[in-house]
Ligand binder design. Structure first.
Ligand SMILES: [Cu+2]
Length: 159
């Protein structure tokens, strides 16, 4: 190949490379703009709630002298249950007492919630409700005041 022809070929190749890289740059710029546009609707979407499951047991404070303290040693395994408004709350509640032991209840009468589940020794059950009102709501065991108590916290939706 003649020296002159080589230069023409090299020049043509560099121009082609330049055109291709400019095209690629412009495409990636368009893609970036497109992705910004598609993100906007998602940001305005509102929270539709989740199913949130909890396993709740009766428990006790170890080495607790009930006579000396003047109150029961019984507590819940979970003193706080936190969810978002719109969630479906599922609670698996267990009474782990041996036969002849105590009953335990999950009682929540703060309006608008209205739940009262009573378990015999060794029993368990699953119940659910919709967290449709925000706030802090007390749940307690009717058999073991004031120690067996907890709080359901229903927060405003995250978005
Ligand atoms: Cu109890």
């Amino acid at each position: 190949m003649a020296e002159g022809t080589k230069y023409y070929v090299m020049a043509a190749l560099s121009i082609a490379a330049l055109v291709i890289s400019l095209a690629a740059l412009s495409m990636s710029f368009q893609n970036a703009q497109t992705s910004v546009r598609t993100e906007s609707p998602a940001a305005t979407a509102h929270y539709t709630g989740e199913k949130r499951e909890f396993w709740l047991f009766n428990s006790e404070i170890p080495e607790f002298n009930e006579t000396k303290m003047g109150m029961p040693h019984d507590v819940y395994s979970m003193p706080v249950i936190a969810v978002y408004k719109g969630d479906k709350v599922v609670i698996h509640f267990f009474n782990t007492e041996e036969p002849g032991g105590d009953h335990h209840s999950f009682t929540l009468f703060d309006k608008p919630y209205n739940i009262n589940v009573d378990l015999s020794p060794g029993q368990n059950t699953t119940f659910s409700f919709d967290a449709n009102t925000t706030g802090i709501f007390a749940y307690y065991c009717t058999y073991h005041p004031p120690t067996m108590k907890g709080q359901l916290i229903v927060q405003p939706p995250p978005y």
